[in-house]
Design a protein around this ligand. Structure first.
Ligand code: PPS
Length: 295
């Protein structure tokens, strides 16, 4: 593990045309030898789409709803983040070595960069998608507080970079579409953040069925309570408050920021919204993947 030094914001680097944090690009080299196990479950998302929420739900399911067991470590140590690497924190690869099967794994990688072994073994994948406008706003605030990112600059500049796929992990549009298509050939449960907000019980039941771990109603209810935004915001094992301040500065914007749908309306101008909608129509044309943005 590298020591934390002054961690200046660094420009993104391109890996096969995908912009990535320099540290994560380095980790990809080490991920080449990654071997999936048949009972792995991969949580895949574009950043800021509900990854931490679904990770906590899954760990709770795997621990049979035992709250104490889910307090055993911060979420990024219970659910290794495959491509993660940053000074002062164990990398995803290092964390993996400590995890016994059955493993829950997290990635934000687009399909072209996902370790092959996961697809070769047809591991179960839970993909969570969130509407582009709320993702863009959440990502902008995350760029500001997670100092491993380049400086996001002004909102209007960041929005432009988001629309043109020049942010870390590249194009939101390509990401949500390619994993949507993958579900036709692979065991992918495709979930929406907006559905989870609307009816968490129904969505959690979809997950328990998908991973073959049905739970009685009282435990389901406990999981819903325990993974509410309010609970996860207070919980040091889910709110990322254990990450060194040089990496994440919650005083700039907390990781658990708002946890709502439709917050984009507080940030987009009318003109930005119109431009975004027109561009969105073009990029998503021909797809049957639909999101809800009117709340
Ligand atoms: S990351 O860094 O990409 O892994 O972030 P990710 O966990 O995908 O997304 C962070 C956003 O999800 C919100 N969040 C939640 N919303 C509702 N309920 C729960 N339990 C929950 N947990 C996390 C979090 O607040 C971020 O969204 P914003 O809009 O910024 O608040």
């Amino acid at each position: 593990m590298e020591l934390i030094q002054d961690s200046p914001r660094m420009p993104l680097v391109s890996v096969k045309g995908v912009p990535l944090l320099k540290y994560f690009a380095e980790a990809l080299e080490q991920l080449k030898d990654f071997q999936a196990w048949p009972d792995d479950v991969l949580i895949s998302t574009y950043p800021k789409s509900g990854t931490t929420w679904v990770s906590e739900i899954l760990d709770m399911i795997y621990q049979g709803g035992d709250v104490e067991k889910c307090q055993r470590a911060p979420i990024f140590l219970r659910v290794p983040f495959l491509e993660f690497k940053a000074p002062g924190i164990p990398s995803g690869i290092e964390t993996l070595k400590e995890i016994p099967p059955p493993r829950l794994l997290k990635t934000h990688l687009p399909l072209s960069l996902v370790p092959h072994s996961l697809l070769d073994h047809k591991v179960k994948i839970i993909y969570v998608a969130r509407n582009a406008k709320d993702v863009a706003v959440s990502y902008f605030n995350f760029y500001k507080m997670a100092k491993v990112h380049p400086d996001p600059g002004a909102w209007e500049d960041f929005l432009e970079e988001f629309m043109t796929g020049q942010v870390s992990y590249g194009s939101w549009y390509q990401h949500v579409l390619e994993w949507w298509e993958l579900r036709k050939r692979y065991p992918v449960l495709y979930l929406f953040y907006e559905d989870m907000k609307k009816d968490p019980k129904r969505e959690i039941q979809k997950i328990t069925e998908f991973v073959g771990r049905p739970l009685p109603d009282d435990i389901l209810h406990r999981i819903i309570q325990q993974t509410s935004f309010k609970k996860m915001k207070e919980n040091p094992m889910t709110n990322y408050s254990t990450v060194p301040v040089e990496i994440m500065d919650h005083s700039i914007s907390p990781f658990m920021r708002k946890g709502t749908t439709g917050d984009w309306k507080n940030t987009f101008t009318v003109a930005q919204n119109e431009r975004f909608d027109a561009d969105y129509e073009e990029k998503m044309a021909g797809s049957d993947l639909h999101f809800c943005t009117d709340f």
